[in-house]
Ligand binder design. Structure first.
Ligand code: FAD
Length: 379
């Protein structure tokens, strides 16, 4: 590379940090701007599938992220009585780990800093210009070869350039939190399984994330009183009595409620500005791939910019990046949204839909396609 070229990145979440690590490792001078006073994430878990794990390996932070996280082999879907609707045996060739989100953020931060990236906190982006200028709330105007908008669903960089095409939310959302676990919390048959249990229009996702903690996601339609914080333990225990012992461990200060966003852009870049992560392609979490797609796109971006001799080559490389990566991201968005539709079904129909859908090799291949995708830039 003829550089070093300079990148200014708005947003210090999973995507901004992964992009910083990938570009800095490729020889770019990189600075991340995070509007919060510290790099911070909510107390929840994160699924990282084969595609995302490969990216972490390339970025050099696999061990820092995974630590003693949980490797899953079964994602079981159950009905309201606890009956197994789909046993969810995952293909052994496809790894999935679940870990606390803060490990992901910490591991990516470490990789970015080790590669030479700077991180500025309390630094809020307010816009950008396509020539490659990032505008900050404190009045600074920073010139760069590449500006990245990675500030999540409400990206100011994206909106200042008029790139938004779809900004939607689903009718479903969830309260996410982490509780401590004890040895006798799970029967031998259940220990280590991911369990998604349905009750009417609610579902409870139980996700081991290490030997000490389990991540719980209480999902419901946003019209459901069960969405309110603090979590109404009695109400949720009535829906899922077999998990009362875990629900009882939720305290009033725990939990974060989110509805699910769907974001699509007219284009992922304009001139010297690229938009990435939830800012460009937020999706419902049903395939557990929003962060996976963000990290794989970050690596692809650095890979497809490799070898440029002059900053004038950047806009065409960004268009090539979008052409290469957008199809798998849109596939993932589509099937993640499709999975979410089952919440509207009556219990009996949902049971049949799962039984038929999960046993259909073509349909299950569509659901696993993102996880089995070989990320651009991975050996
Ligand atoms: C319920 C739920 C469960 C999920 N589970 C999974 C899962 O298991 N696996 C998975 O892969 N994905 C999952 N996802 C998706 C995943 O959380 C997101 O795709 C991922 O966090 C996106 O990262 P990001 O960095 O693009 O955005 P964000 O995580 O939103 O980070 C954006 C960062 O930018 C900062 N920021 C915002 N505005 C500005 C500004 N103007 N200037 C500077 N900084 C700014 C924010 O403070 C934040 O730090 C889930 C999502 C939901 C809602």
């Amino acid at each position: 590379m003829a550089g070093p070229f300079r990148a200014e990145i708005a947003g210090g979440g999973i995507c901004g940090l992964a992009t910083a690590a990938a570009l800095a490792r490729a020889g770019w001078r990189v600075r991340v701007h995070e509007r919060q006073s510290a790099l911070r994430t909510i107390g929840a878990g994160l699924y990282i599938w084969e595609n995302g794990l490969r990216v972490l390996e390339v970025l050099g932070c696999y061990d820092a992220v995974i630590r003693d996280g949980h490797r899953g082999s079964v994602f079981e879907i159950r009905d309201c009585d606890g009956g197994i609707v789909d046993p969810g045996h995952l293909p052994p060739s496809m790894r999935v780990y679940t870990v606390p989100r803060e490990w992901v953020l910490g591991g990516l931060r470490g990789a970015a800093v080790a590669a030479g990236a700077e991180i500025e906190v309390s630094s809020q982006a307010v816009g950008a210009s396509e020539e490659g200028r990032l505008d900050l709330a404190d009045g600074r105007r920073l010139e760069a070869d590449l500006v990245i908008g990675a500030e999540g669903v409400r990206s100011r960089v994206r909106d200042s350039l008029g790139l938004l095409r779809v900004d939607d939310t689903t009718a479903e959302g969830s309260i996410r939190l982490i509780v401590p676990i004890r040895d006798d919390d799970f029967s031998d048959a259940d220990r280590g399984k991911y369990i998604e249990q349905w009750a009417g229009h609610r579902r409870l996702l139980i996700t081991p994330i290490n030997r000490r903690e389990t991540y719980l996601a209480f999902s419901a339609l946003d019209s459901d009183p069960g969405c309110r914080l603090p979590l109404d333990r009695d109400d949720w225990k009535a829906a899922f009595p077999m998990w009362s012992h875990l629900i009882d461990r939720v305290t009033d200060d725990m939990g974060h409620w989110d509805v699910y966003s769907i974001i699509k852009l007219k284009a992922w870049s304009v001139g010297h500005v690229a938009v990435i992560g939830d800012a460009a392609h937020a999706q419902p979490p049903n395939l557990g791939q929003g962060a996976g797609m963000a990290m794989q796109n970050a690596l692809a971006l650095a890979h497809l910019l490799d070898g440029i001799r002059d900053r004038s080559e950047i806009p065409a490389r960004l268009r090539a990046w979008e052409a290469s990566e957008r199809p798998i991201v849109e596939h993932c968005q589509k099937y993640s949204a499709l999975y979410g539709e089952v919440i509207h079904m009556p219990e009996m129909l949902r049971r049949r839909a799962f039984a038929a859908g999960m046993n259909d090799p073509w349909l299950s291949a569509q659901f696993f396609k993102p996880a089995l995708h070989h990320p651009t830039g991975c050996p």
